[in-house]
Write a protein that binds this ligand. Structure first.
Ligand SMILES: Nc1ncnc2c1ncn2[C@@H]1O[C@H](COP(=O)(O)OP(=O)(O)OP(=O)(O)O)[C@@H](O)[C@H]1O
Ligand SMILES: O=P(O)(O)OC[C@H]1O[C@H](OP(=O)(O)OP(=O)(O)O)[C@H](O)[C@@H]1O
Length: 220
């Protein structure tokens, strides 16, 4: 029997927005996929030969880049951070809107001038994006890598500034921080393994189905 086509889907916050898009593209997972008690990681769908895997947001890109999954749904923040050349991102799914920003304590921002920085120490989950952003204007960035709760770093003395995702701004506000620079806007993308695009006949029609699903949602 032919190998199934695997779509990698992040298990975090994007999932709720991704499921209706998957359904509009004609793919509905078996009930266990949305069952919080299920420990399964690989799921059948109502399309024979298409399966879903549920993985961490950052790992979607890794599975698809290595060809372990053929397609995936991932934030453009993750694509920017890893820069995998094996990944093709043909469709902006227009979900998971947020931005990657530099933030610092409100009191510090009152007298701070970003144009005067020559070296910054930053707590972040995105060391590559951070270093690239600052290097572009000749600022050296020393990054402390964290996997979450970056907002704690300034008050606890780990790093005076952070680079993190911002959406409503509530997390920054509740932790006494303010946004001082926006690095890039983020949305989720459909990603495809470049080799699979050429070798697996189902991939191109699926990409088109996602493109139509996004257009229909935007038009509604
Ligand atoms: N506040 C937000 N608003 C909108 N989109 C967001 C927000 N935070 C994250 N995202 C998007 O959702 C993706 C996954 O974020 P999520 O918070 O679910 O992951 P995570 O908790 O870091 O994942 P994991 O638990 O796997 O480490 C991010 O890569 C980003 O593209
Ligand atoms: O501007 P807001 O709307 O408050 O959203 C921003 C928060 O959302 C994300 O965290 P998430 O809730 O995913 O938690 P985690 O990354 O720390 O797991 C991000 O890392 C911020 O902390």
């Amino acid at each position: 029997m032919a190998q199934p086509l695997i779509i990698a889907v992040p298990k975090g916050r994007i999932l709720a927005e991704a499921l209706p898009l998957l359904a509009a593209a004609g793919i509905r997972p078996e009930p266990a996929f949305t069952d919080k008690d299920s420990r399964a990681l690989r799921f059948a769908t109502d399309v024979p030969g298409i399966e879903l895997i549920r993985v961490r947001a950052f790992d979607v890109a890794t599975f698809v880049a290595h060809g372990a999954a053929q397609l995936g749904i991932v934030g453009s923040d993750v694509l920017s951070e890893f820069g995998y050349s094996e990944l093709y991102a043909p469709v902006d799914l227009k979900i998971g809107h947020c931005r990657i920003s530099v933030a610092e304590p409100a009191a510090m921002a009152e007298s701070d001038d970003p144009r005067g920085w020559s070296h910054v120490r930053v707590a972040t989950k995105y060391p590559h994006i951070t270093s690239r952003h600052f290097a572009a204007r000749g600022v050296q960035a020393e990054c402390v890598k964290l996997n979450g709760a970056m907002e704690l770093a300034p008050t606890l003395g780990l790093a005076p500034r952070i680079v993190d995702l911002v959406s409503s701004g509530r997390t920054l506000k509740e932790n006494g921080l303010v946004e001082v620079e926006v690095i890039e806007e983020v949305t989720s993308r459909l990603v495809v393994n470049r080799a699979a695009m050429k070798t697996r006949a189902q991939v191109v029609p699926l990409v088109e189905a996602f493109r139509r699903a996004v257009a229909e949602k935007e038009a509604a």
